[in-house]
Write a protein that binds this ligand. Structure first.
Ligand code: TNX
Length: 552
């Protein structure tokens, strides 16, 4: 079914221009040498450099990163990373860890030693200090002597490091030594996110993805300052997390996937490794156990969970909405309690997602009764409930979050139900399917993906305002934006990449950057400039005709 597209939300008026260098100052090249003729300003030029050993490199202007920084003041001499550069860190394990992470990115391509030190001056400095940074903001100061990233919390330093990475040439991402120069434009960036929740969801249930594949995706998310990885851990086609009290969920329920492949599941140690790795990239893992629908894998694993006591076969197709836990059986709630207890124990983060979508084979009364019995269980194990927005029809618990996955064309009544919940204090995570469902085809010719929410080209995906998207929902009710990647048609990391890129950076920018920076025409230029970085990282992407890509 393909929903018809109706109106497009209009682009918010641009209130102020992002601060830009007053006038780009030229780097002039004489006899192969780079001569800086700037006193102040930034550093763009377009002269080709074919045939020379050290390619011409102008420093990337400070505002040419994704997500767009909150404020940029360009000016002064650029900093050049050299073989003598040191990475200066506070004497704390967390800051050292971020320094090591940065060094691990810079060393292979620069070929420099880049030792970590707590002493001296200049170089690349990472420091924690009180300031107007909030939990995730940072300031980046760059000049002739060095680059300093200052933040109040380690997460802010980490995000600042991502900005620094993007200010360096794309070749910095390569794993072999590249010619420099490694310039960081002079000036100051002050940056902090618009929304606290900036998520990406990966469906590891329809197709299973290994720990290594999930780590790869985490690294891609970190580059764009995403701070939540929502893992869809169970569905009709597979149960992917070991639960000691119900072992067949994983061993049997996880033994296949869409198309009938071998599937798989995470042991608790595997899962903890994902959580640890995500935390090292300052992402919180949000586990989802979808219920009462999307539960065929569980129902197939334990006959007693079925109302008729008969286990259905495993399912490897792609239909939705046919399965339900038995809402009127007590054992269902023992099962739910055990699963939530064990999953919560594996979860250092605050949130636990209980799904609640497409419970088409459950009556509205049963659905409400079920959700109202399950939400307190999540609270009992110390977690905050997230549910798909159908939860707003059942009565979200105090503090619960609802994840909106409707379309522009979703009925006014359904949107009003969500707005009502928002008025009553339920915060929203916005995942409109015809904007940020990364599994939607870009066009009719996209080989992978689905099209039930329509085709979602790059501009459509970027060009909406989370703060004004749902009627009668003020920006203050929006906790953030999440881009889900469902995997009915996706089974490899290359598949994930080609659907996520280039739409994922747009979703990340919607979550991070101030509304005032939102502008498709300037965004598409910044987006195009990311392509050489993806090439260097081995990320395949869709070369949308809407984006002015550099020649391949
Ligand atoms: C809708 S979104 C679903 C998923 C599918 C997805 C495919 C949601 C809460 N449910 O079960 O995988 O569409 O795009």
């Amino acid at each position: 079914m393909r929903a018809t597209r109706t109106t497009r939300t209009t682009r918010p008026t641009r209130l102020t221009r992002p601060t830009r260098p007053v006038r780009p100052i030229r780097l002039t090249r004489t006899l192969g040498a780079l001569l800086l003729v700037a006193a102040t300003g930034a550093f763009t030029m377009g002269v080709a450099s074919a045939g020379h050993a050290e390619p011409r490199r102008a420093a990337t202007p400070l505002d040419q990163v994704i997500p767009a920084p909150a404020s940029v003041k360009a000016g002064g001499t650029p900093y050049r990373i050299t073989s003598g550069t040191r990475i200066r860190v506070d004497d704390s394990p967390e800051v050292r860890r971020i320094g090591t992470y940065l060094a691990d990115i810079l060393r292979p391509s620069t070929g420099y030693r880049l030792p970590l030190t707590t002493q001296g001056d200049g170089g690349i400095r990472l420091r924690l200090a009180k300031g107007p940074f909030g939990a995730e903001g940072y300031r980046l100061d760059s000049g002739a002597e060095g680059v300093t990233i200052t933040a109040q919390e380690p997460a802010g330093l980490f995000h600042g490091v991502q900005t620094l990475r993007q200010l360096l040439p794309a070749a910095v991402e390569k794993k072999s030594v590249q010619p420099g120069p490694w310039l960081v434009a002079g000036g100051t960036i002050q940056d902090r996110p618009r929304f606290a929740y900036r998520g990406a969801m990966l469906d590891v249930a329809r197709h299973f993805f290994t720990v290594e594949q999930v780590k790869r995706y985490i690294d891609e998310l970190a580059l764009y300052k995403i701070n939540k990885l929502h893992l869809h851990l169970s569905d009709d086609q597979g149960w992917r997390i070991a639960v000691d009290s119900w072992p067949r969920l994983a061993t049997y329920g996880g033994s296949t996937q869409v198309g009938g492949g071998p599937g798989g599941h995470y042991t608790k140690a595997d899962y903890q490794e994902i959580v640890r790795y995500a935390a090292s990239r300052h992402l919180e893992v949000v586990p989802e156990i979808d219920m009462p629908g999307h539960t065929n894998a569980a129902l197939a694993s334990y006959a007693e969970l079925n109302c008729d006591g008969v286990a259905p076969p495993l399912y490897t197709g792609t239909k939705v909405g046919f399965s339900s836990l038995c809402v009127n059986k007590e054992i269902t709630y023992d099962f739910v309690d055990d699963v939530i207890r064990e999953v919560a124990a594996l979860t250092p983060g605050r949130h636990l997602h209980i799904g609640g979508d497409e419970a088409h084979s459950t009556s509205p009364e049963d659905y409400a009764a079920f959700m109202n019995r399950v939400q307190p269980v999540v609270a009992r194990y110390g977690k905050t409930v997230i549910g798909w927005h159908q939860l707003t029809g059942a009565g979200p618990a105090k503090g619960a979050l609802a994840q909106y996955w409707g379309l522009d064309s979703t009925s006014a009544a359904e949107k009003a139900q969500v707005a009502r919940a928002a008025r009553n204090g339920t915060k929203l995570i916005l995942s409109p399917a015809d904007r940020v469902y990364l599994d939607m085809k870009y066009t009719k010719d996209t080989p992978l993906g689905l099209a039930w929410a329509g085709y979602v080209e790059v501009q459509r995906s970027y060009d909406w305002n989370p703060g004004g998207y749902l009627p009668d929902v003020p920006e203050s009710a929006v906790l953030g934006v999440e881009a889900p990647l469902w995997t009915e048609t996706l089974s490899t990391s290359a598949h994930l990449d080609t659907m996520a890129f280039p739409r994922l950076p747009g979703a990340a920018e919607l979550g991070w950057s101030p509304a005032a920076t939102h502008d498709w025409d300037t965004y598409k230029v910044r987006l195009a400039a990311q392509a050489p970085r993806w090439d260097a990282l081995g990320i395949g992407y869709y070369r949308s005709p809407q984006v002015p890509w550099p020649a391949a």
